[in-house]
Design a protein around this ligand. Structure first.
Ligand code: DQA
Length: 167
């Protein structure tokens, strides 16, 4: 995997301080898909009750504790999600994906994820295995190094810990 180039360097990384024992940061892209911008208005029993921005704040805090450089992004546009996967090819050492409803049918996203050569963690806030039958299908499951399902917002922490090498 190539390192982060100056051209591609995102401006919104949660960075860690340089100091004794400094080692190159692990760059992680967190990509959230369709309807997750409405998280705060979705069923809190299923999705945990946080808004997307509250969730992202937690993710950045966890990233900082784990000394990861994380960027969170969300879109309702499938092509945009695909393009962010392509971008991740150039800049990420690990990727956390919650493609939301696309998980269950988007071969376009599957093909994009298949291009990645870094560990991918698939996260779902709700327990998709115990909901409607159609949510049990994930077209990216076999590409994921790890799946975290039904743990609410904490699932993202578990995903980051895995990428940081701790779990
Ligand atoms: C989800 C589960 C999907 O089935 C659903 O379409 C979502 C969110 C989750 O995080 O639990 O929008 O990915």
């Amino acid at each position: 995997m190539q390192g982060l180039t100056a051209r591609a360097r995102p401006r919104v990384w949660a960075s860690r301080a340089r100091g004794a024992g400094y080692s190159p940061p692990v760059n992680v892209e967190v990509l959230n898909g369709v309807n997750l911008n409405e998280l705060g208005r979705r069923d809190p029993k299923l999705y945990g009750g946080l808004s997307l921005s509250e969730l992202e704040t937690r993710i950045y805090e966890w990233a900082s504790e784990l000394e990861l450089r994380v960027r969170c992004r969300q879109t309702n546009h499938e092509g945009q999600f695909v393009e962010w996967c392509h971008e991740a090819l150039e800049i990420a050492d690990g990727v956390v994906l919650n493609p939301a409803a696309w998980t269950h049918y988007s071969y376009a996203i599957r093909d994009a994820v298949e291009l990645l050569r870094v560990p991918v963690v698939e996260v779902h806030l709700s327990n998709v295995e115990e909901r409607e039958e159609w949510r049990r299908t994930s077209v990216i499951a076999d590409l994921a190094a790890k799946r975290v399902i039904g743990k609410g917002p904490e699932g993202y922490r578990e995903a980051l810990e895995f990428l940081a090498g701790g779990a």
